[in-house]
Design a protein around this ligand. Sequence first.
Ligand code: SF4
Ligand code: SF4
Length: 382
Amino acid sequence: MELEGLNAIKQLDFRKCMQCGECTGSCPVSTKSKLNPRRFMLETAYAVTPVQYMTMYPPINIQERNELWDCTTCRTCSHLCPRDVDPMEVLIGLRGLLIEEGRVPSTLGEALEGVYKYGNPWGLSRSKRSEWATDLKVKYASENEKAELLYFVGCAASYDSRAQDVAKVIVKNLNTLGIDFSILGNKETCCGNEVYSLGEKGLFEELRDNNLSLFEQYGVNRIITTSPHCFHAFRNRYGKNLETQHYTMTFADLIDKGKVKFAGKVEKTVTYQDPCFLGKHNNIYDEPRKIIESIPGVKFSELRRSRVRGVCCEGGGGRMWHDIPGKRLAETRVEEALDIGAEILAVACPFCLLTFDDAIKTTGNEDKIQVKDIMELVAEAL
Ligand code: SF4
Ligand code: SF4
């Protein structure tokens, strides 16, 4: 179920929620935060159902519920809910109510303002968006140069120096395999996925409409994304039938068709972190593993908690700009990767890349394990 923020609250049949607590029990953030989706479901139900309930129970006072911002929108709760109620969408809707009142943590407010003014949550200049591609062989979409296949880079891979490495190897790998593609350059703007997750529906709709007209203007037929978050927005939140693939899907297809010939090896033990917006949101588990396992020399080792049981890196839902006290989930995941003997923690999402890069440093494990994007492993072996 994918409903739009507040609409989720209005349309939900709260009688379906049986207060089983599966959502709270499965929430990875509830171990370090007051976040309790089951309780939010109960209180929201009382707040939106007939008056007699409201005399028995006080209406929800969300103004004092700062833990709403702790949710990573990992979708574990909605995935496991036995009544298909979608508590994650309810939390997004409640965030929307706080946004309307201007009650947003300052760092998240700055991220939203950055998107509004500059098209990216870091508030960096639009004119610097494609600087990472300066020396690369890449085509820019224009009125005369239609982008039949668009590589949508995304904000993190456009501006963050570590994530830019991934954009560069994606371009390099596509060129090596002879794939014809274009980028939007400085005309690209935020996909809005995190804006939606923060409950800022108005800004999300503006970004969606801008992006859809850009795609139309430049004749875009197919899209490849760096980030599972952009992929999810285009595929599920734009309300259009856009032909969109995360790069793992594109490269797994190319491997299936025998178009990828590896010349080198990566002789390492590699594990893989399922990004929430590929796995739990879109059920894409096999494609990334297919790519990793096809690289000569790799010994693939699965994390004990993986696929539907995988654990979020804590970078989604706006949490890249809103830290909370306690051990970070990414730090726990680094330890779990070390426990199975992994030398490389492979990722397929810029947020995972950045949270794990940081977690490897904060846990003092720089000499034992590295985080690499799957495209970096492919580039090493092509
Ligand atoms: S939302 Fe679903 S998982 Fe959570 S308490 Fe209700 S029925 Fe259970
Ligand atoms: S989406 Fe994830 S972090 Fe948010 S309440 Fe559900 S399980 Fe917890």
